[in-house]
Design a protein around this ligand. Structure first.
Ligand code: ACM
Ligand code: ZN
Length: 764
C-alpha cells in the first residue's frame, strides 16, 4: 500500500521538482491507498456523528472547516455528501487508530475510541488548505488505516524559565494535536518561577511567580535581584485557566501531565516559603541562571515539606485527569542536605546510607501519597539513584542508560535523551541561528531516532512507552522563538513515535514536509528552514581517504573549494566523494533554489601523514557513545577540537590499545597521539602513553613511554599530543597504549574511572 503512495509521490517529483505529493500526511499513515477522484466540501456537505461522545470531534472538524472556508457543515440529516464519524470495534485499530475512507460521495471516519476519530479528522485536515481560502475544498479519495507505534508521544514545555500565556499553550497543543502527539508534559514549576495557582499557598503565585525583569541580559549572566527592586516579570495560570486548557487538550486527545518539581529545582517555592529549605533563610525569586547562595532543595528532614507537597498535589490532581503526575527529581545538588541537621537526622532515623537514599526516601514517600490518590508517578532518571520507587515510571534524559536500567527492572520508561530529544539545542549551524543553550539536534537526527534501545529484549522493550521532546526555555522568551524551536522538529518526532519503524524514509519525509512548510508560512508560524550545514565526513576505503559531503536541506546542491577560498555557487559542485591525497581544507556550502540561506561555509582540514587510511585494531572496545567516524577515526587525517562530541574516540571502561597496520613497510621516526581533557565532562588525559613498533607485524618493541604533564585540575578544555620520537627505521605496525585515568580529588567523580578521548595517531 505504501509503495503505491510512494510511487505516486516519485512520479510527481519526476514531472516537476517542486510539486507536492498529492497527500503529504505527517506522520506517515500505516496504510494509505490513493484512489481516483475527490470529495468536495461545500455548503451541501453535512456532518453526522453516530455517538454522543463524538460531539467534540465533530465540533473540531466543523470549526476548522468554518475557519478556512466559511462553510458551515450542515448537521441536518441528508443522504448526500456526508462526513460520518463513528465508533467501531476493530482490533487492528487499538485505542487510537482509525480508518478514513474518502469517496466522491462521502467520507467515513471510524475508530474504536474518540481518540482515533480525532486522528482521522487530523489526517483529513492535512489534505486541506491551512488558511482561509476561496478555492474549492477538495479531499483526494483514499483509504487509510492508521494507528500509532507508541502510546506516549510527548512534548514538554518549560513555562518557569519564561512564561507563556494560555493562548500560546493552546497553540502549542494545537500543533501537537495536528501531528498526533498525545502527551503534553507541562513543566509548571522550577527555580525561576512557580506558575500554577494553589489556593492553600497564595505566596507561590504572589511571590514565586514574579521576578525582577532581566530579559535584556543573557540567562547565565543575569544579576540576582536586590531587595526593593520591583518584580515585574512573570505570570501564572489560574485554576480556571488550567481547567479550560485541560478541556481544550482533551478535545484534541492531548493528555496533560503536570510536573511539580521536587526535591530540587524548587528555589521559587523557597522564595515564597523559606521555612521549607534547609537553611530557612529568606531569598528573592531568581532572575536567571545565577545560583550563588540560592537554596534550591526542599528540606528532606522537615515534615512540613511533605505536608506542603501533599497539599499542593491534592489541588494539582483535582485539575489534571492524567494517570501520571511528574515529580521531577532531576539535578538535586545534595550539599544542602549534607550540611543540614534535620536532613542528617532523617538519614539516621530512616536507616539510610547517604543523601542518594534520602532522595529515594523523599520520592517514595510522595509516590505512596500519590498512589493513595490513584495516581502514578513519573520522574527524571535521577530517581533511580538510591533506589527506584516501587511503581515509578522513568523519563530517561541523560542518554538512554537510565531508561534501559529501569526497563530491565520492569518499570515503564519514556525516552527523552538529550541527543536528539532536547529541542532547546541548535538545529542548524549556531552561526546562523538564534542563541540557544548549545548542543546540536538537527531535523534528521530527530528523524533517525529509534526509541527502543537494542539492549532491551522483546519483553523489556514493551516498557518503552514512547518518546518525548523537551523544550527548556532559559533562552526562549517569545512565542515566535518557541515556534521556531519545535518546527519542524516536532514533525520528525511525530513520525518516529507514530509510524511503523520499518517505513522510515528520510527523503520521503523531507518531500512531504514541503507541504507543511507552506502551511507554516501561510499561518505566519516561525520555523527553521532545515539544516543547511554541510557535513564533511571522512571515508576510508581500500586504505584511501575520501571526504563525503552531505546536507539535510531539501534537494540541496553542495559547492566546495579545496584552495582555502570561500565557496560560492560558481565553485566546484559536489557530485561524488572527494579523494584526498594531500593535506588540504575543504570548505562547502549548501544551496537550494527553494529556500536560499546564506549559511557560513562548513570547513574541515585533513592532514596527511604516513598512517592515513590504515587499518586500526582495538584491543579493548570503544564506547558506543563516542565512536566518532568509526575504527579509522585515529587514521582519518582529522584532528578534533575542544568540542568533545565530534572526531573523538571515547574509552571509559578500559585503556586505549590501538594497533595500526601500515600495510607495507615504511620508514618512521615519530608517533604521536592527540588526547583531550574536559574537566566538566569527566574526560582526563591518560596517565601515560606507550608506543611500540614492529618490523614484521608480530613482535613489538617499546620505543618510548610518555607520562602525562597536564594538571587534572585544569578546568579549561585542553588538547595535548603525546609525542614519541625514535631513530628512523623501517616498520610495519605500530601499537599505541594510553592508560586511562581516574577523576581527581575534589572532582564530582572523584576516584571513579575517567573518560579517555583520542582523535588521531600521527605517524611520520
Ligand atoms: C533535565 O533536563 N534537567 C531533566
Ligand atoms: Zn534539610
Amino acid at each position: 500500500m505504501r509503495l503505491s503512495f510512494f510511487l505516486i509521490a516519485v512520479l510527481l517529483v519526476v514531472q516537476t521538482t517542486v510539486a507536492q505529493p498529492v497527500v503529504s500526511i505527517i506522520p506517515q499513515p500505516v496504510k494509505l491507498e490513493l484512489k481516483n477522484g475527490t470529495f468536495v466540501i461545500d455548503q451541501q456537505t453535512a456532518i453526522r456523528y453516530k455517538d454522543r461522545n463524538l460531539k467534540g470531534a465533530a465540533e473540531l472538524l466543523s470549526s476548522t472547516i468554518r475557519s478556512i472556508s466559511g462553510i458551515e457543515l450542515n448537521q441536518k440529516s441528508t443522504d448526500k455528501k456526508l462526513i460520518v464519524l463513528m465508533l467501531a470495534n476493530d482490533a487492528e485499530l487499538g485505542n487510537e487508530g482509525y480508518k478514513l475512507s474518502v469517496k466522491p460521495e462521502g467520507v467515513i471516519i471510524k475508530a474504536n475510541r474518540y481518540a482515533g476519530v480525532v486522528y482521522g479528522i487530523q489526517s483529513l485536515l492535512q489534505t486541506l488548505p491551512a488558511i482561509r481560502t476561496n478555492a474549492q475544498l477538495q479531499v483526494p479519495c483514499m483509504e487509510v488505516t492508521d494507528y500509532p507505534r507508541f502510546a506516549w508521544r510527548g512534548m514538554h514545555l518549560d513555562v518557569s524559565r519564561h512564561f507563556f500565556s494560555p493562548e500560546v499553550i493552546k497553540e502549542y497543543i494545537d500543533l501537537m494535536a495536528a501531528y498526533k502527539m498525545n502527551t503534553f508534559h507541562w513543566h509548571l514549576v522550577d527555580d525561576q518561577g512557580w506558575r500554577i495557582e494553589i489556593k492553600k499557598y497564595p505566596n507561590l503565585t504572589q511571590v514565586g511567580a514574579w521576578r525582577v525583569d532581566k530579559l535584556d541580559t543573557e540567562w547565565r549572566s543575569r544579576a540576582q535581584a536586590k531587595e526593593g527592586e520591583p518584580a515585574t516579570y512573570g505570570g501564572y495560570y489560574t485554576q480556571d485557566q488550567i481547567k479550560n486548557i485541560v478541556a481544550y487538550a482533551q478535545q484534541r486527545n492531548v493528555t496533560i501531565v503536570p510536573e511539580i518539581e521536587m526535591p530540587g529545582h524548587s528555589a521559587a517555592v523557597l522564595a515564597s516559603y523559606p521555612k521549607l529549605s534547609c537553611t530557612q533563610q529568606p531569598q528573592l525569586p531568581m532572575t536567571g541562571g545565577n545560583y550563588t547562595n540560592m537554596a534550591s532543595n526542599f528540606c528532606a528532614g522537615n515534615d512540613e515539606s511533605f505536608q506542603f507537597l501533599q497539599d499542593v498535589l491534592t489541588e494539582v490532581i483535582e485539575l489534571f485527569p492524567s494517570a501520571y503526575v511528574h515529580i521531577g527529581g532531576d539535578e538535586v545538588e545534595k550539599d544542602s542536605w549534607k550540611k543540614c541537621i534535620r536532613c542528617q537526622a532523617r538519614i539516621k532515623s530512616e536507616n539510610l546510607k547517604n543523601e542518594d537514599e534520602l532522595q529515594s526516601y523523599f520520592i517514595k514517600r510522595i509516590e505512596k501519597f500519590l498512589i493513595s490518590k490513584n495516581k502514578k508517578i513519573i520522574g527524571w532518571d535521577e530517581i533511580l539513584e538510591g533506589g527506584l520507587a516501587p511503581q515509578a515510571a522513568v523519563m530517561s534524559w541523560r542518554g538512554e542508560t537510565g531508561g534501559i536500567e529501569a526497563a530491565k527492572m520492569n518499570h515503564d520508561v519514556v525516552m527523552t535523551p538529550g541527543v536528539p530529544c532536547y529541542f532547546d539545542h541548535y538545529q542548524d549551524d549556531p552561526a546562523t541561528e538564534p542563541i540557544a543553550i548549545g548542543g546540536f539536534n538537527s531535523l534528521k537526527r530527530v528523524y533517525d531516532y529509534e526509541p527502543v534501545p537494542k539492549e532491551l529484549n522483546e519483553q523489556q522493550a514493551k516498557h518503552v512507552l514512547g518518546a518525548q521532546a523537551n523544550l527548556w526555555t532559559e533562552w526562549i522568551s517569545t512565542p515566535e522563538h518557541l515556534e521556531y524551536m519545535i518546527l519542524p522538529r516536532l514533525l520528525a518526532l511525530a513520525e518516529v513515535v507514530w509510524s511503523p519503524g520499518s517505513t522510515k524514509d528520510w527523503n520521503n519525509f523531507n518531500e512531504r514536509l514541503r507541504y507543511h512548510f507552506k502551511g507554516f508560512d501561510q499561518k505566519g508560524l516561525h520555523h527553521s528552514k532545515g539544516n543547511f550545514k554541510v557535513e564533511i565526513k571522512p571515508i576510508v576505503r581500500d586504505k584511501r581517504l575520501y571526504a563525503s559531503l552531505f546536507s539535510e536541506a531539501y534537494h540541496a546542491e553542495i559547492f566546495y573549494t579545496t584552495d582555502g577560498t570561500i565557496p560560492t555557487t560558481s565553485s566546484q559542485k559536489y557530485t561524488s566523494e572527494i579523494y584526498i591525497d594531500s593535506s588540504l581544507t575543504i570548505k562547502a556550502i549548501a544551496y537550494t533554489n527553494i529556500y536560499e540561506k546564506s549559511a557560513k561555509p562548513s570547513e574541515q582540514s585533513f592532514a596527511i601523514h604516513k598512517a592515513v587510511g590504515d587499518d586500526v585494531v582495538y584491543e579493548y572496545p570503544v564506547s558506543k557513545y563516542y565512536k566518532a567516524d568509526g575504527p579509522n577515526t585515529l587514521t582519518d587525517g582529522i584532528r578534533g577540537t575542544t568540542s568533545h562530541d565530534k572526531n573523538w574516540l571515547g574509552f571509559n571502561d578500559n585503556d586505549l590499545m590501538a594497533t595500526i597496520d601500515l600495510g607495507e613497510t615504511k620508514s618512521i621516526h615519530r608517533v604521536s597521539i592527540g588526547c583531550l581533557q574536559n574537566y566538566r565532562a569527566w574526560i582526563f588525559m591518560p596517565q601515560s602513553v606507550k608506543v611500540e613498533i614492529s618490523a614484521d607485524g608480530k613482535s613489538f618493541i617499546e620505543v618510548g613511554i610518555i607520562s602525562n604533564k597536564i594538571s587534572s585540575d585544569e578546568k579549561n578544555s585542553v588538547i595535548n599530543d603525546f609525542v614519541v620520537e625514535f631513530k628512523q627505521q623501517k616498520i610495519k605496525s605500530i601499537r599505541v597504549t594510553a592508560k586511562r585515568n581516574i577523576c581527581p580529588k575534589g572532582h564530582s567523580g572523584e576516584g571513579q574511572p575517567a573518560w579517555l578521548f583520542a582523535d588521531e595517531v600521527v605517524v611520520e
